[in-house]
Write a protein that binds this ligand. Structure first.
Ligand code: DGL
Length: 279
């Protein structure tokens, strides 16, 4: 099988279950494609790691997906896109599609002139994010809210509980107080709790994310290369670098009742540092 044949899978990765929100959009847009998903659950959260640590994980997983004969890689993580997409594109011979906070559509949608952004500390500190604001904010005020701890909380599977609601109130209410009428979910974990964000913000506030736009870009890349799979039902394979019980529980809820993850074999990083350590 060549690296660009239509049977080759689309490789998708995130630090954990968040990228499943992108995978879901990809499945909807591309029903015939084979999908391979990696949750780097042994190293979640990326959002509190240094750019170098995130780059090393992205390269290791990119290498694994290349070994799975992926024809395109989707970095289904805003944090990893911000820190590592340039490097991945430089090192890998296949197209790499990333995800970034939906600033442009948010700016187009606001009436109050204030947009709130929920994202990880690493995304909000990145040059890519700053450049996104510079290019697309125009005269609109962008209020950034780093959400330390939120991705881990979602990772634990609490998508409806009181604790999640309390945590989210602490992040969303300051944006409302600033007059935001659009809230951007700038981390792929957050759409899993979009219903709570919407409940806190009320019906007058638009809550937006980027999954469909990413799926459209993947479809465009495949069409450009003539490597789309146009017939049959696509398959899915899930891998996790951490214990699989947690992702299995969420997969059952979010994907299909019998979906199960396999344990990711040890993937090499550049210098074998311990990426569980905080920077
Ligand atoms: N899902 C990731 C994102 O889109 C980050 C979660 C984490 O901090 O690991 O930014």
């Amino acid at each position: 099988m060549t690296q660009s044949g239509s049977e080759n899978p689309i490789g998708v990765f995130d630090s954990g279950v968040g990228g499943l929100t992108i995978l879901r959009a990809a499945r909807q847009a591309l029903p015939c494609e084979n999908l391979v998903y990696v949750a780097d659950a042994a190293h979640v959260p990326y959002g509190q790691k240094s750019p170098e640590q995130i780059q090393d994980r992205a390269l290791a997983i990119g290498g694994f997906l290349l070994g799975q004969a992926a024809k395109v890689i989707v970095v289904a993580c805003n944090t990893a896109t911000a820190a590592a997409i340039d490097l991945l594109r430089e090192r890998l011979s296949i197209p790499v599609v990333g995800v970034e906070p939906a600033i442009k559509p948010a700016v187009a949608a606001t009436h109050s002139g204030v947009v709130g952004v929920l994202a990880t500390p690493a995304t909000l500190a990145s040059e890519r994010y700053l450049s996104l604001i510079e290019r697309f904010a125009g005269g609109i005020r962008i209020v950034a809210q780093p959400c330390a701890g939120l991705a881990e909380h979602i990772e634990r599977g609490d998508l409806d509980g009181e604790r999640t609601e309390r945590l989210l109130r602490g992040f969303v209410e300051p944006l409302l107080a600033e007059g935001a009428d659009v809230i951007v979910l700038g981390c792929t974990h957050y759409p899993l709790v979009a219903h709570i964000v919407q409940r806190i913000a009320g019906p007058g506030v638009a809550v937006i994310e980027n999954g469909t736009a990413v799926a459209r870009e993947v479809a465009r890349q495949l069409a450009l290369r003539g490597s789309a799979r146009a017939v049959g039902t696509g398959s899915e394979v899930f891998w996790s670098s951490g214990p699989t019980q947690r992702i299995d529980a969420l997969l059952g809820e979010l994907w299909a009742p019998h979906a199960r993850a396999r344990r990711l074999p040890e993937v090499q990083t550049r210098d074998g540092r311990d990426f569980n350590a905080t920077p």
